[in-house]
Design a protein. Structure first.
Length: 386
């Protein structure tokens, strides 16, 4: 009988955008792949991959104890009925929910942290209040038997170590894989000079910092077009309000694209990719932009600096510093040769280190070692990059 692998994910779109290459690799390796998630509009696509779908009534972002308890009970019931060999918990909330639900059950658990979420990245009072509790909870859950923590960068690995998790139980795989055959180098667009942002419209992603940087450039007399691709996330306390977005729509040379089906259309219109985030796991938007041959500008924070390597693939700026971001944008705007050199190196880096084929092979190897109950492999990619 094939081994059962269950992905626990809060949203169907997140599974499709961030874990599909891993799931495909697992199925190709012989696993029976199950996906438990809230269905928005991705159910048919998940099933078309020949994965077994388990719809959940998920309340992402809620810390209401009753709702959390209901979700835990539902997931535990699924685990007891399905009896998966491995439960792959995708991102912070599913890692917590899934780990609680699996307590006492004979399941190998992979807690994959794609960044550390609002609680660890935000400076809001709510996040600061919850952070000590979340740290203690993770320390308890992630040190249970047959548990491995999967991180995407060395900074998050170090944080897990500080929480008391043994290094032998921490695996590092950089990203979820980029289809470098689909995302190929694109020619630069015509003027005006354009920067592109792709991601959820959150303050923690640095969207406001980018808008402020464009305002600074406008005051300098430097015309820069800015594309924002993405939507707000109502379940995240750091989401940008519709009122603010409507105000931004009135800015000259600022375009809100909303959800974009084919991300290549954004990078085809952009000269550089920008992500002034406060913290990331390993940002897929930058990896995809790099695959398309775009130079990168990002915050000098965990995750971003794994791919935006100073004067190699891009430029790094301090987080929450619109003036520094404006300077970096203007530098690449005026230096065509540098822009092309960084973009070409970014493409080469993604092909060499972050392709979906390489990441798929690494995750399948990790699953095999988990089933053998051996220590997690030290799958460190780009260790020298940090």
């Amino acid at each position: 009988m094939p081994r059962k692998l269950l992905y626990l994910v809060s949203e169907d779109w997140y599974f499709l955008s961030h874990r599909l290459p891993m799931a495909r690799a697992a199925k190709k390796a012989g696993y029976e792949v199950h996906v438990a998630t809230r269905i928005v509009d991705g159910g048919r696509q998940i099933q078309s991959e020949d994965f077994i779908l388990h719809p959940l009534d998920w309340h992402r972002g809620s810390i209401n104890p009753l709702k959390v308890a209901t979700t835990v009970t539902t997931v535990r019931s699924l685990y007891r009925r399905l009896r998966p060999d491995i439960a792959h918990h995708v991102a912070f909330a599913p890692a917590v929910i899934g780990s609680i639900a699996a307590l006492g059950l004979p399941i190998a658990k992979l807690n994959a942290l794609a960044g550390l979420g609002f609680v660890f990245t935000s400076s809001k009072a709510k996040a600061r209040l919850l952070r000590p509790l979340a740290s203690r909870l993770l320390s308890f859950l992630f040190t249970r038997p047959r548990t491995v923590v999967l991180v995407q960068n060395l900074d998050d690995k170090a944080l897990m170590t500080r929480l008391g998790i043994a290094e032998s139980r921490i695996a590092l795989i950089s990203g979820s894989g980029v289809d470098v055959e689909h995302l190929t180098p694109l020619p630069e667009p015509d003027a005006p000079f354009t920067v592109g942002f792709v991601g959820r419209l959150l303050y923690d992603k640095g969207v406001e910092t980018l808008v402020q940087a464009q305002e600074i450039l406008t005051k300098r007399g430097v015309k820069v077009r800015c594309l924002l691709a993405g939507t707000p996330d109502a379940s995240n306390p750091a989401t940008i309000s519709e009122k603010t977005l409507r105000r931004w729509q009135g800015h000259a040379n600022l375009t809100l694209l909303g959800h974009v089906e084919d991300i290549r259309t954004v990078w085809a219109q952009s000269h550089v990719a920008v992500l002034p985030s406060r913290r990331e796991g390993l940002p897929k938007s930058l990896l995809e932009a790099a695959a398309c041959g775009r130079a990168l500008i990002a915050s000098d924070v965990p995750g971003c600096r794994e791919i935006a390597r100073p004067d190699v693939t891009g430029l790094l700026v301090p987080p929450d510093d619109p003036a520094a971001l404006a300077d970096a944008i203007e530098r690449l705007m005026k230096d065509h040769a540098l822009r092309l050199r960084l973009g070409a190196a970014a493409r080469q880096t993604v092909v060499a280190e972050f392709s979906s084929g390489d990441v798929g092979a690494q995750i399948v190897r990790l699953y095999a070692q988990m089933l053998a109950d051996s220590p997690a492999p030290q799958l460190v990619v780009n260790e020298t990059a940090s």
